[in-house]
Structure formats: C-alpha cells, structure tokens
Design a protein around this ligand. Structure first.
Ligand SMILES: C[S@@+](CC[C@H](N)C(=O)[O-])C[C@H]1O[C@@H](n2cnc3c(N)ncnc32)[C@H](O)[C@@H]1O
Length: 238
C-alpha cells in the first residue's frame, strides 16, 4: 500500500483505540486525544521488557493490537493477539441500543494495522474466561493490559491467564486510589457506570489486592513495577 492508500483506509475507520504512527506523517489520531493516547501507550510500553527476542507473546484484549505489533518489533518469534468483546461489536451493529456501534469500534483497526505493517501477528477471538492451553498453547510472556477491571470474576480470569503463561505476566490495570492508601487487600465495586461512565467496568482493586490475586492465581511472585494516578503495571512470574 502506498501512503495515499494507507491514509484513505485509516480515515475510513471511525474509531481507533490506539494511536499508531505509521511514518511519513501518517497517524491514526490528531490533536489532544492523539497526544494523550501516545503518552499513555509509551508509559505502558515502558513496563514491557525491551528485548523479546525468541519469546512467544500472548496479548489478551488486544483491540487495535498496538502492543502485539510492538512485541513483534521487539523480536518476539510468535505473537498471538486475542480479544472478544470489542472484536465482536461489528457483528452486533444491527442490534438496537448498541453503545459501541455509534463509536464504530471493532476489529477493523487491528486488521488494517496488521496489513500496513505486513505483520505476522496471529489473531484469535476468545473470551478471557475461555482461555485454555489446549486451544491456544502457552506463552513465555503474556500481556494483560487494561482488561482486569472489565472482569466480573477477576480472580477466575487471572487463573485462566496463569494457565497460559510460562514465564512472565505483564498486567496493567485501573486501581482504586483511595483503597491503595491501605495495606490490606481491598476493592471498590462498580455495579453500574461509576468508572468512566462505562458499564463494562466492574472493579477497582487496590495494589495489595492485585498482588494477592496474582499469587492466589498461581504466580510465584508479583511486583508493582509502575504506578501513575489510578493506573498500575505489575509483573508476575511463574
Ligand atoms: C480498555 S481496552 C484495553 C485494550 C488494550 N489491551 C490496551 O491496553 O490498550 C479493554 C479490552 O479488553 C477486551 N475485553 C473485555 N472483556 C473481555 C473478555 N471477557 N474477553 C476478552 N477480551 C475482553 C475489550 O474488548 C478491549 O479490547
């Protein structure tokens, strides 16, 4: 694809979750929001190991796939991007009251970015709670970024994540700032749209609870590696 074709295809996609800079001045977003996404993505990226040479990487809840493509660029020999909720939204566009339809959210961004990068990243539509090593195998490094607080059953979800992790889990999540003042494992529950007006957000764990969940789910060691406002990055080792 030449630059004009790339720009045309990018413009056809109504909503990009990730900011991509494809070079030659071609970006997926402009202005303030683009700048925020870029900064946030760089912050998350800085919590992922720089060298992924010869590693297998699973990106759970990949959406547009920015972190999957980044893992490939960092030398990973195999990258599998999985998602379900947002990748299925296009199929649900016909339904009434589909909040995401108006956004235009779906899998289009992932597919176009993969084409532009000529990437070998694989994709698989699977719910977190269906993750199973017999279906997808196990991976040296697993990325679970921005997904945990969308889980109604967070500990069960982490057990599923643990079952497909061989070496290291990189977890990024929303945390409750208030409850993180306490050393005990505590959680805020969002029964409706209290967090960011999004009804798919359920939990705001504190730092201690995320670590406890990781150990309970079967990881040998769990550490907080970065913390900014109400977002935190943890590493957990098998
Ligand atoms: C806030 S986005 C995070 C996207 C990306 N990982 C990032 O950090 O930018 C949450 C993602 O989790 C996915 N997701 C939510 N619930 C899921 C589920 N039950 N199974 C699989 N993916 C899910 C959504 O479709 C969406 O892509």
């Amino acid at each position: 694809m030449n630059s004009i074709e790339i720009s045309t295809e990018i413009a056809k996609i109504k909503y990009w979750h990730h900011h991509f800079d494809f070079g030659d001045g071609i970006e997926t977003k402009q202005g303030k929001e683009g700048k925020f996404c870029r900064k946030f993505q760089q912050w998350i990226l800085s919590g992922i190991p720089e060298d992924l040479t010869d590693k297998t990487v699973l990106d759970i809840g990949a959406w547009d796939g920015f972190y999957s493509f980044s893992a490939e660029k960092r030398g990973a020999k195999r990258v599998l991007a999985t998602d379900s909720f947002i990748w299925q939204q296009q199929e649900l566009y016909g339904l009434d009251h589909n909040f995401w339809r108006d956004f235009g959210a779906g899998k289009q961004g992932f597919e176009l970015a993969r084409k532009i990068y000529n990437s070998q990243v694989e994709d698989y539509n699977i719910d977190v709670l269906e993750l199973d090593k017999d279906k997808i195998g196990t991976f040296d490094i697993v990325l679970f970024l921005g997904v945990l607080y969308h889980m109604k059953y967070p500990l069960f979800a982490l057990e599923k994540v643990r079952s497909v992790t061989k070496e290291l889990l990189v977890l990024e999540t929303h945390i409750s700032l208030f409850f993180s003042l306490f050393p005990q494992p505590l959680m805020q529950f969002y029964p409706s749209n209290e967090l960011s007006k999004d009804v798919t957000n359920w939990t705001g764990a504190n730092i201690a609870l995320v670590k406890s969940w990781l150990l309970t789910a079967g990881f040998r060691k769990a550490e907080l590696v970065k913390w900014r406002k109400d977002r935190a990055i943890f590493h957990a080792w098998c």
